[in-house]
Structures are given as C-alpha cells and as structure tokens.
Design a binder for this molecule. Structure first.
Ligand SMILES: Cc1ncc(COP(=O)(O)O)c(C=O)c1O
Length: 452
C-alpha cells in the first residue's frame, strides 16, 4: 500500500486558506518552504488539512529521527504534562532534567568525565558552546568554516555562511569570528587530487593561524562533522584529525556541531563516531527530543565548568516535557537495531540516487554519510554550474506528487533527504519513485527551454 494518497491538488483549498492567514498574521522573514497546511502526522506520513497524505522527507529539517509522534513519546509527554509542565531548572531540580543530562554524558563520544548543559535550540547550544570555550580558555577567537550553518542569533549568524539568505541586512556581526575554507571534494580545483586538495585545505588552516589569528588567542574551532545547510559535506577524516591535533596542541576547544548530523542520522549515534575522534564539546539539538525544543552542550567536565555559576541556562532550558521526550528518543535511537536500520535506509536511498544519477545529467553529485544523503543539481556536469532554479522546480514537482523534500547547499542547488529513520523500505522506494518522476519533468522542461 503506498503511503501517499492525494484527494486534492497540493496545496489544496484549505491549505491555501490557512497559509493566506499565516501570511497575513506573521512576519514574512519567518518564511516557509511549502504551502502545505498540516493537520496531523505519524511516522513518515503527514496528513494535510485537505485530507491528503504526504510522505515527509524533510522530517522537520532533521528533527524526527524517531518519526512523527511515536507512541512512547506521546505517552511520556501526556504523563509528564499531568505532573509538571514547567518549573525552571534555575529554580528547582526535577528527575527528567537530571536523567537527560546523565544520558547525554553517557552516550556522547569521549572516555573522560563529562557534564551537560541543556538549552532550547541549536543556535543557543552553539552560542553556549562558544561562551563555555571563551570562559574556559580566557581567549576571544572562534574559528568556523565556509558553508557552515550554526544558527540565526547574532553570534551564531556571525559564524554562519550564505550571506544572501541568512545574513543580509542583519549586521554588524560579532567580532573575533574567523571563517576558513572547508574541503568540498566535489568543487575542488580540477588540477588537484583529493589528497592534494585536503593537504591544501590543511595548509590554509595552518596559515590562518599565522596570518589571521595566533593559536594562543583562539578559544574554539567549531565544525559540523557533516555540514548540513552547506550541502551534506562530511568533513574528510584527515582534515578533522588535523583540527583535533591543532586543538590539543594549542589548548583550543574543539566543538563538534552535531545539531543536524547527530542522533543516528549517519547510522551511528553521532557522526563523529565514524572518525574515532572525540571532540571536547558536542552541541546537539534537533532529533534529541523527537520534536520538542531541546538542545544540549556536552563535554569535558573541566571545560564545561569554565563559566561561573549563573552564567549559563535560561527560563525554559531543560523543560520537563522536552526532557521526557528526549529520554524516550535517546532510548530508541541508541539501540543497535535502530542505527543498523538508519544505515540500511541510507544504502537503499543511495542506490536509488546513484541509479538516477546514471540516467539524469542534472544530478552532478550524490553524497552524504549514512542516511544523511543529498543530490546536487548542476546545469552541466563538466562546468558544475549550480542549477538552483531546477532544484526549486524539483521540490515543487515532488510536492505536487505528495513528497515533501527540501533544498540546501551554499548555492541552493541541492535536495537533501532527512526522513524519519524508522520509515519502511516501501516508503523509501515510493519517495524515490516520486523523485524519479519529478526529475523527468524537470529534464523535459530544461530540454524545451534549450529548444525555445
Ligand atoms: C548544524 C546546525 N547547527 C545549528 C543549527 C541551529 O539550530 P536551531 O535552528 O535549532 O537554532 C542548525 C539548524 O538547522 C544546524 O543544522
């Protein structure tokens, strides 16, 4: 039985009416990728307000590793809501708060004593990781990488790339942020081998520590283990190892941003588990709490205790409802069967995408780690000129057919797949069937445009 079931065009009349009200009532800056009005959802299936059932391959932008509304999470939330909705961890202590922190200390990489601070969003986690690093080292400098996305607060926006979409009009940005080149094999100079390219990126990083800032002034190097918004680029192992070594050598805090790539997305609990490297601090959010707003910074106890008492936290940080959801989600995601399934989904999707790439020249690259997969669309495979218009059209054609898929990439020319990790093989095949159809439509419209 297919999951997708359409009874109106997408968006249907009720979706259109709801979205019109949204547009009238809310600021346009907080924009939307689809015109769908959502009624309810379960697993990977979303039911819209017109009664259509769609397949969700955006997963709340990588938040729903355990799918929409898993029964154990719903039950835990209902029970917790009856007992205690809010206390404020600055005021009192409650069991779910303590348990979530204990679990985070237990499951994150690194064989050393750890501590955790709970927060509300990924941006807040990254901002807090910077505060902790600065307080611990007494240094100001923060090194980040081109293509990075760390959030939308002033500090994290200062650490984020893609000026036109995220930063335009919002300056001035925070000082002491140094953004350095990040290795993207697909777009490396044609004259370089992968090995030469990585060495070159490492040389530039080392050079920046002479030309731009002295290591003794650097508090932290912050790196997404797999860039998310930047286009699902896994940090090459040699590059990540060099970051780890430089941090160890100079007393710099290595912060892994695993907000998008953590919690099973890559087939391991954390993406950095693929590398056999332990960061000093790891920032997490998204799939941590099955859709409830929760984020964490976890890491070496002595670094975490750098800030003075009262220096971290906030009114809602570690809210009881978010914490019980996290305890359930962590319990599910850490199971070896769950992670094995995430890997299997990734392999199945990748095979589909590679088959399509062999057929359709628009797909320049298929990449990612585990099930964190993406295709990059280009106008021409030799020149690799990005195809953002075709990418937008692709997502629109997918949506018309009942598949929610979203874009990413520095050039807006990638389609990323972030489905719930408990989807069935049939749902993967169904989604990939839609992708194939949408690609054919886009290819045809391209050919017609060339003829005209
Ligand atoms: C890698 C990464 N870091 C940080 C963030 C910011 O998270 P939030 O939107 O919860 O503030 C995101 C969000 O997409 C992200 O992907």
């Amino acid at each position: 039985m297919p999951t997708i079931h359409l009874v109106t065009e997408i968006p249907g009349p009720k979706s259109k009416a709801m979205v019109a009200r949204r547009e009238a009532a809310t600021a346009r800056g907080a924009s939307k990728l689809t015109m769908v009005g959502v009624e309810k959802a379960e697993g990977a299936a979303v039911v819209d307000v017109d009664g259509n059932t769609l397949l969700d391959f955006a997963g709340g932008i990588g938040v729903l590793a355990v799918g929409h509304c898993p029964p154990n999470v719903v039950e835990a939330l209902q029970k917790q809501a009856a007992d205690l909705i809010h206390m404020c961890a600055i005021v009192g202590t409650y069991e779910p708060y303590v348990r979530t922190a204990e679990l985070m200390n237990e499951i994150t990489p690194g064989d050393f004593p750890k501590k955790t601070v709970l927060l509300n969003s990924g941006a807040e986690a990254l901002e807090t990781a910077v505060k902790i690093s600065r307080a611990f080292t007494g240094r100001p400098g923060i090194i980040v990488f081109e293509g990075a996305y760390h959030g939308r607060t002033n500090l994290t926006l200062s650490m984020t790339s893609k000026y036109g979409l995220f930063k335009k009009g919002f300056g001035p940005f925070a000082p002491e942020i140094y953004s350095l080149p990040f290795p993207n094999f697909y777009r490396r100079p044609a004259s370089m081998t992968e090995e030469q390219y990585i060495d070159d990126c490492i040389a530039r990083l080392e050079n920046a520590l002479i030309a731009q800032i002295d290591p003794s002034a650097v508090a932290a190097i912050v790196v997404e283990t797999v860039q998310g918004e930047g286009g699902f680029i896994a940090t090459p192992p040699k590059f990540l190892q060099r970051i780890r070594d430089l941090c160890t050598q100079h007393g710099i805090v290595y912060v892994a941003d695993e907000v998008q790539c953590g919690f099973g997305r890559t087939g391991k609990l954390f993406a950095v588990n693929h590398y056999d490297i332990a960061p000093d601090l790891i920032a997490t959010a998204k799939s941590l709490a099955a859709g409830m707003p929760l984020a964490a910074v976890t890491g070496k106890a002595e670094i975490m205790d750098g800030p003075h008492p009262g220096g971290l936290g906030g009114t809602y940080s570690g809210n009881p409802l978010a914490c019980v959801a996290a305890i359930e989600a962590i319990g599910m995601i850490r199971q070896p069967e769950f992670l094995a399934r995430a890997t299997a989904i990734g392999e199945r999707m990748k095979q589909h995408l590679l088959d399509l790439q062999a057929e359709v020249s628009l797909i320049g690259d298929v990449r990612g780690l585990g099930s964190m997969l993406l295709m990059e669309l280009v106008k021409d495979r030799d020149t690799k000129v990005p195809a953002p218009d075709e990418t937008l059209l692709m997502t629109q054609e997918c949506l018309k057919r009942g598949l929610i898929a979203i874009r990413s990439g520095l050039y807006g020319n990638c389609i990323r797949f972030l489905p719930p990790l408990n989807i069935t093989d049939e749902q993967v095949d169904e989604a990939m069937g839609v992708i194939a159809e949408a690609l054919r439509v886009v290819e045809t419209s391209r050919r017609e445009a060339v003829k005209a």
